[in-house]
Design a protein around this ligand. Structure first.
Ligand code: SF4
Length: 339
């Protein structure tokens, strides 16, 4: 029989083996880790029994905020070079990019399965037939067990949503929307080309169609200080999101935001790693406890990054974050207020 008590801060059951006899010492007890946050690995384990790896793709799509439909300059922080690994170039087919990605990762884990991550630019911005062709090409590659599709909230037409809903009944499909901010003034300032209402609608339609829905936010955009970000967390908690990625604001060479920073540095708060860790914790305390938190930082190539340069790898950041959460005796959702 397993007895259940409660962890000291997050009301998550800790299972303790009953005492087997006078010879038992503490090392024979099995205690679960206290709940800190919903992590991606546990989420993927519910969907797949194999170890999973995302492979980033550049399928050659454009973006309405760059091709002139909405604007030419793109979002002020955007430089797509920052999220394109070398193996992912447009002169290579989706199949070729996936095979090269697989060869890279399979050296370490031969039994791994993969998610094709349509990441660069806007991956729902083309005729539905052309999109289907690319998605299905990816799914036909051996070992690819699902799709993650990164896009903008204003690029999800009904016919594509219907197709993705049908597809998601037979395979793993996650649509990941760039939300970035819930504040229309900020969205205008960073030239996103859509408002927050568009985001809310896209997320609602996608989740209601039965498709796993993810979001991405940037913490530290100009004009968004702590109170504003806490309001943002409460708003994000109301969206029917399955996953969320948070990123610190990074200033990237050659972007309009880098120029803005040069001209008006006082309008930017570039966080130290420790400050940002506390900000992320404050933010996740207000999120719905079941949202899967996929990542907290992004790492742009050093040669493109102006600031902040913390010199921390993703796993090092996560370790520091967990340590600080434990020190603060807190967890995701502890301040969540259901509306
Ligand atoms: S929507 Fe994405 S790809 Fe397009 S300009 Fe903005 S960040 Fe860049």
């Amino acid at each position: 029989m397993i007895s259940t008590s409660f962890s000291y801060f997050c009301r998550v059951p800790v299972r303790i083996q009953p005492t087997a006899g006078p010879w038992e010492d503490f090392s024979t007890r099995q205690m679960e880790q206290p709940f800190l946050y919903n992590d991606l690995t546990s989420f993927l384990r519910k969907h797949f029994k194999e170890k999973m790896q995302k492979i980033s793709l550049n399928a050659g799509f454009s973006c309405p905020n760059r091709d002139g439909t909405l604007g030419y300059g793109g979002c002020t922080y955007c430089n797509n070079q920052t999220f394109n690994p070398d193996y992912c170039r447009t002169d290579k087919s989706v199949t070729q990019q996936l095979e090269e990605g697989k060869a890279f990762f399979a050296r370490k884990y031969p039994n791994m399965k993969y998610l094709a991550y349509f990441q660069a630019y806007t991956n729902t911005y083309a005729a539905t037939a052309a999109l289907r062709e690319k998605y299905e090409e990816a799914l036909a590659v051996e070992g690819v067990a699902g799709l993650v599709i990164g896009t903008r909230p204003d690029c999800m037409p009904d016919d594509l949503l219907d197709y993705l809903a049908r597809l998601s009944r037979r395979t793993f499909v996650l649509v990941e929307y760039g939300i970035e901010s819930t504040n229309d003034r900020t969205l205008q300032r960073i030239h996103r080309g859509h408002d927050y209402r568009t985001t809310r609608e896209a997320v609602r339609r996608t989740a209601e169609a039965g498709i796993l829905t993810g979001g991405h936010v940037i913490l530290g955009l100009p004009g968004e200080e702590h109170d504003e970000l806490m309001r943002q967390a409460e708003e994000i908690a109301r969206l029917p999101l399955t996953t969320l990625k948070m990123h610190q604001l990074q200033l990237i060479r050659g972007t309009r935001m880098a120029r803005d920073f040069e001209e008006h540095p006082s309008q930017f708060h570039l966080y130290t790693a420790d400050e940002y860790i506390d900000l992320v914790i404050d933010y996740m305390e207000r999120l719905r406890p079941d949202i899967v938190l996929e990542r907290f930082v992004s790492q742009s190539p050093k040669e493109l990054l102006i600031a902040p340069d913390w010199g921390l790898k993703n796993h090092e950041f996560t370790a520091k974050l967990k340590k600080q959460m434990t020190r603060r005796q807190t967890c995701q959702g502890i301040l969540y207020k259901p509306s």
